[in-house]
Design a protein around this ligand. Structure first.
Ligand SMILES: [Zn+2]
Ligand SMILES: [Zn+2]
Length: 415
């Protein structure tokens, strides 16, 4: 479930209510549009009980790591996946509550800011370990006889949610409810293991304008890659701001086409001697019933740039990668519409190469054990839009006939 976050408009200061995955902040008062970026992990705090005077009390914020997304694992015999939605304590301490329960969903979170009173406890457990614990809780632990070969996180969100606590009269209080939790530790323990709000944690707000021509850069509320309707440039929203992307579109003879975004990630795999798509077909031992694609086109992975359930994501990425010889690309033209928002980051798609390779390999016993040592070199990302037609139930890709059920795309339901 998504959290709701209260945020001040960077232009006029009015309160704006966002979801965790919101990338475009539209102020309902001054109407200014900004994209939000974070070089640090976003930090949110649970609100203190109104009876607490935050200025006068010894207030501390306890970090919980929040992860919501899909985890894929490849081991010697199979590929498994799971949706994980977890909030885990990031501090090793028996004094602190292990879980926040349903409070983050039920309450209005605030973004941590220089105005947030109190100190923030250090994270003492590595993010990697917290995520491994989440995998364990999701019952995806690898059996003793089959070792883990690759794990990919296709994460929708990663953030810290802080629980405020108070130290008074020798006890720790939960500052959300203002009720005692247990005896306080020895003097100054929290003080030593905490620091005040850090400026590096603050997000940046970037005007939603094309960096090339200054035109409005439209996108859905969760978009991570946008096309300028004026100068036809494409931009990816990265933690440090916009980066220009190469973008292309598939050819279409259908005037009513619907366009879905994918990442075309061209690469070479030296350990398997793959540099062309024909090499990939050979290495994974594909059986083609029709003509074998013998062309020398460079190898690319074709990965959805939109979020869908893990099994659909895996199936679509693998099938699209295996039919890449059917697509012909031309330079992108912003007039093609409707275009599905691109809301899955390129860096997440990159984590997926080994999963697609494992899924495509006919001879899994040979390819899968090689995965840990496999490298992808000269990776080049292009945002591509491919034409689909709506048959009422599915979106059908024009050249390959690959279908994506409309119900799995929330956007599909709105059309
Ligand atoms: Zn405003
Ligand atoms: Zn422009």
């Amino acid at each position: 479930m998504d959290f709701s976050i209260k945020q001040s408009c960077p232009q006029c200061g009015a309160p704006v209510y966002l979801h965790e995955s919101t990338s475009l902040v539209v102020c309902p008062f001054c109407k200014v549009k900004n994209y939000i970026t974070n070089t640090a992990v976003p930090r949110y705090v649970l609100p203190c009980h109104p009876s607490i005077n935050q200025e006068k009390e010894d207030l501390y914020h306890v970090p919980y790591l929040r992860f919501k997304g899909a985890i894929f694992q490849v081991n010697a015999t199979n590929i498994s996946h799971r949706i994980v939605d977890t909030t885990e304590l990031g501090v090793t301490s028996p004094l602190l509550p292990f879980s926040l329960g349903y409070r983050p969903q039920a309450m209005q979170l605030h973004r941590a800011s220089p105005q947030t009173s109190g100190r923030f406890l250090y994270l003492t457990i590595k993010i990697k370990h917290i995520l491994s614990r989440a995998v364990h809780l999701a019952d995806m632990t690898v059996h003793v006889d089959s070792s883990l070969l690759h794990r990919a996180y296709i994460g929708e969100t990663l953030s810290f949610v802080y629980l405020p606590i108070l130290e008074k009269r020798g006890k720790i209080f939960d500052a959300v409810t203002n009720t005692p939790l247990r005896q306080a530790p020895r003097d100054n323990l929290f003080l030593e293991k905490s620091k005040p709000f850090q400026y590096a944690w603050q997000p940046d707000f970037i005007p939603a304008l094309c960096p090339h021509c200054g035109w409005d850069l439209p996108g859905g509320s969760n978009s991570l890659a946008m096309i300028c309707p004026n100068c036809d440039t494409a931009w990816e929203l990265l933690p440090k701001g916009f980066r220009e992307l190469t973008w292309q579109q598939g050819e279409s003879s259908d005037g009513q086409a619907i366009w879905l975004p994918f990442w075309k990630m061209t690469t070479q795999i030296p350990e398997l001697a793959i540099s062309t798509f024909a090499d990939f077909i050979m290495a994974t031992k594909q059986q083609f019933t029709t003509t074998r694609p013998g062309n020398k086109k460079p190898m690319s992975f074709i990965i959805p740039a939109f979020k869908v359930r893990p099994e659909i994501f895996l199936q679509t990425a693998t099938r699209m990668t295996l039919v890449q010889h059917l697509f012909h690309f031309v330079p992108g033209d912003s007039h093609i519409k409707p275009r599905h928002p691109a809301n899955l980051a390129c860096r997440e798609a990159r984590q997926f190469f080994k999963v697609i390779l494992a899924k495509s390999a006919v001879d899994k016993r040979r390819i899968l054990p090689m995965l840990p040592g496999i490298r992808f070199i000269n990776v080049k990302a292009t945002l591509i839009y491919l034409p689909f037609h709506d048959d009422g139930h599915d979106f059908i890709q024009e050249q390959s006939g690959i279908a994506i059920n409309k119900n799995v795309l929330s956007w599909g339901r709105k059309l």
